[in-house]
Ligand binder design. Structure first.
Ligand SMILES: *Cc1c(COP(=O)(O)O)cnc(C)c1O
Length: 462
């Protein structure tokens, strides 16, 4: 090999089957998701108001209901190339173990160090912050996946990263915390005394172990009170679903290439970003009347936003300082029982998915924790991948659908999103193995407490 030898990089780029554009499903929705409202005036948030919290390009993406395809900047595509295209796998061994005539495919988003799909949006959000010349970003993290993904993205772009981590996770998940610190993030247990809202929450609830809503309030406060900082969020927002559409576009490209058409598409739903991303191009066809798919959101029975929540404007955070979003919600004051569906414990849901669900374009079901872990273990033993508890909600529903096909003899094609790996969740697996895992389902009275905290104004919750 001579010194003038050059790797045929161009050829590699052209042959890569990675999409060049994100797909914005809002462009094909007749009923657009409701705009974010200013909690003070109850008027739609303006770009200028949102610009105080988010970086400018992300504000544009957040508010853009019309542009169908948005080009992925070259720098972001270069980062994606480290772990994308993500594998689309036929689960032959699972099919065989179930004895089903169904064909099962999964899109695996766990093949990067952060271990989940969250990196797809983390790198995009960090990139736009860097491009705007900001010093850094703030965020919250619950189970730790989002904080990990963002830390990786910020390290790559040399941006400062401040993470507010729900206190109970900070204490119980030291490994996640140390991964973030390895990538250079500053990790603070929330609630903390570093913010006004944190001090207030601590005074009102001494000894609290924190919540995602509370950590969001702290991270937003730090972003808006520090020059050169903006807040970033790992799910729920329209911009996050847009970035995550890479999952669905890649999947659709691959399936089209091999002439495969899914009958059923399944994803777990926390804030809705992986599910929204996976289904986007398929939903687009459905919205345009070009094809039909059964789409199923799977959520934990302990935090059932779609299946038992209400469709209303609500706060995204406990501190009630964020804009109001119209979504399926259990109320920002709803505190889910301690369980292991970490990333699925948010009280609300993406406004895009909420609107689509409300309009009847998708279904939702809630599943209990122990049956989710049973499915996770069955999957791990035959397919090899050790799934995240969140992802295992989708596995559980995929197995159930495949078993239905066994009864009816139908050869359906099932596609589900395997959002991540579960190596940091072994305490949960341990409880499952020891038989100490419980299935807590909130009572109607429990839910009422959350509903009571939803803001009441004309047109909302009438
Ligand atoms: C965060 C997370 C989820 C849930 O978030 P969505 O925004 O609903 O996709 C699912 N799986 C894993 C592995 C996660 O880390």
């Amino acid at each position: 090999m001579g010194s003038d030898y050059k790797i045929p990089y161009k050829i590699y780029l052209e042959e890569s089957e990675m999409p060049t554009h994100w797909y914005n499903v809002r462009a094909d929705m007749k009923n657009k998701p409701a705009p974010l409202l200013n909690p003070g005036t109850l008027q739609p948030m303006t770009a200028q108001e949102l610009g105080g919290v988010f970086c400018d390009e992300l504000v544009k993406q957040e508010m853009d209901d019309d542009t169908r395809l948005i080009e992925i900047p070259e720098e972001i595509r270069n980062f994606y190339r480290m772990y994308r295209p993500a594998p689309l796998v036929r689960a032959y061994c699972l099919e065989k173990a179930l004895g089903t005539p169904a064909k099962i495919y999964y899109k695996f988003e766990g093949n990067n160090t952060s271990g989940s799909h969250k990196l797809n949006s983390a790198i995009a959000q960090a990139y736009y912050a860097k491009k705007q010349g900001l010093k850094g970003v703030t965020t919250e993290t619950g189970a730790g996946q989002w904080g990990t993904a963002l830390s990786m993205a910020c390290a790559y772009l040399d941006l400062d990263c401040k993470v507010y981590m729900v206190k109970v996770s900070y204490e119980q998940k030291p490994f996640r915390r140390e991964v973030m610190r390895t990538y250079g993030a500053e990790v603070t247990p929330s609630p903390s005394d570093t913010t006004e809202v944190g001090r207030k929450i601590l005074a009102e609830h001494p000894g609290t172990t924190g919540s995602l809503g509370c950590a969001i309030s702290e991270a937003v406060e730090v972003a808006v009170t520090n020059e050169g900082y903006r807040y970033v969020l790992g799910s729920v927002l329209n911009q996050v679903l847009l970035h995550q559409s890479i999952i669905g576009v890649e999947t659709k490209l691959a399936m089209d290439k091999y002439g495969i058409r899914p009958d059923i598409i399944i994803g777990c739903a926390g804030g809705g970003s992986n599910l929204g991303g996976l289904i986007s191009p398929f939903m687009g066809e459905k919205l345009r009347g070009e094809a039909d798919y059964r789409i199923i959101a799977v959520e934990p029975a302990s935090c059932p936003s779609f299946t038992r929540g209400v469709f209303a404007y609500d706060f995204c955070d406990t501190g009630m300082i964020c804009p109001l979003a119209k979504m399926y919600t259990l109320g920002s004051g709803f505190i889910p029982s301690p369980n292991h569906a970490g990333g699925l414990r948010f009280h609300g849901m993406s406004a895009i998915l909420s609107q689509l669900y409300h309009d009847g374009y998708m279904e939702a079901r809630a599943v209990e924790q122990t049956e989710v872990f049973r499915a996770a273990e069955q999957f791990a033993r035959v397919e090899g991948v050790l799934p995240a508890p969140e992802s295992s909600h989708a596995i559980k529903a995929a197995i159930d659908e495949a078993l239905k096909c066994k009864e009816t003899g139908e050869e359906k094609t099932i596609l589900f999103g395997l959002t991540g790996t579960g190596y940091f969740d072994m305490v949960a697996y341990e409880q499952f193995h020891n038989g100490t895992m419980t299935d807590y389902i909130p009572t109607d009275e429990d839910l009422q407490v959350g509903f009571d905290g939803i803001p009441k104004f004309p047109g909302n919750l009438q």
